[in-house]
Each structure stands twice: as structure tokens, then as C-alpha cells.
Design a protein around this ligand. Structure first.
Ligand SMILES: [Zn+2]
Ligand SMILES: [Zn+2]
Length: 150
């Protein structure tokens, strides 16, 4: 499993994308992006980002976090995940990957599976239209939860 480092490169990309789109990169927006970068493979929710930021930015409103995350999503800077149809999480990792979701602790783990990504899809799928991307959501009980029970 190779995890890409989250770097200043992405910070540069943010500045570029925002200026191309004519969006002002406010201090709060920058801090939200920084928080996403430091979250790494953590897949935080808007509420979690808000809680973490609140220590540094006591005046930040949850609405600002919601709106900024929606903007970042539209700009293609992050990916929005709807986990188990009940939670919206955000992924800063734009490298194609899939997710293992624990139905007990709701933890989300990244899965890199290039064999699947590069495999040809069945005609059944191809005949439905043009495929742009594929994302697998695998549900189960993670090893940590299994051990706790055992
Ligand atoms: Zn678990
Ligand atoms: Zn992910």
C-alpha cells in the first residue's frame, strides 16, 4: 500500500485553482485546506474539521466550513464521500482509490487496487454509458473491532 505524501504541492495547487476560478483565498479557506491536508487519510467530516479548527480560529462558523468544503469539492480539490448513506466525509487524497468501511466503528480505510482500476469492465456496465471513474465501497468489520469482540 503506497500512500502519497500530502505536500506543499497541493497548497500551490489550491492557490492556482482558486485564482483561476476567481475565488479569493481567505485566511479561513486556507486554514480549512491546511486542516484537510494534515488529516491525511483520516476522511474527516465537516463537523470534525470545524472542531479541530475551532482551537486556532475560535470565530469560524460551521456554515463557513460547509460552504468552503462544497467549493473545494466543486473545484475538484477534494472528494466528497457519502459513507453508508449516512455521513458525508471529505477526502483530500485524489489518487484513485477505494474504501473499506467498518460498519461498527465507522472507520474508513483507503484501498489501492490498481488491478481493479485497470481491469476491463463487463459489457453490462459498458453498455450503460461512458464510464468516467469507479469507486468501490466495501463494508465490513475492521480488525480492531474484531479483536475487541474476541
Ligand atoms: Zn471498526
Ligand atoms: Zn480515501
Amino acid at each position: 500500500m503506497n500512500r502519497k505524501p500530502f505536500s506543499t504541492e497541493q497548497l500551490q495547487q489550491l492557490k492556482q485553482v482558486c485564482s483561476d476560478a476567481g475565488i479569493k483565498l481567505t485566511h479561513q479557506r486556507l486554514e480549512i485546506f491546511r486542516e484537510l491536508l494534515s488529516s491525511g487519510a483520516d476522511h474527516p467530516s465537516a463537523e470534525e474539521i470545524h472542531t479541530r479548527l475551532h482551537k486556532r480560529l475560535p470565530t469560524i462558523a460551521i456554515d463557513t466550513v460547509y460552504r468552503t468544503l462544497a467549493t473545494f469539492d466543486e473545484l475538484g480539490l477534494i472528494k466528497k464521500l457519502h459513507i453508508l448513506n449516512e455521513r458525508t466525509l471529505f477526502d483530500i487524497n485524489l489518487t484513485p482509490h477505494h474504501h473499506f468501511i467498518c460498519t461498527r466503528c465507522k472507520g474508513v480505510k483507503d484501498i489501492y487496487w490498481s488491478d481493479f482500476d485497470n481491469s476491463s469492465l463487463p459489457d453490462l456496465v459498458n453498455n450503460m454509458g461512458e464510464v468516467e471513474s469507479r469507486h468501490l465501497e466495501i463494508h465490513g468489520i475492521c480488525n480492531t473491532c474484531l479483536e475487541e469482540k474476541g
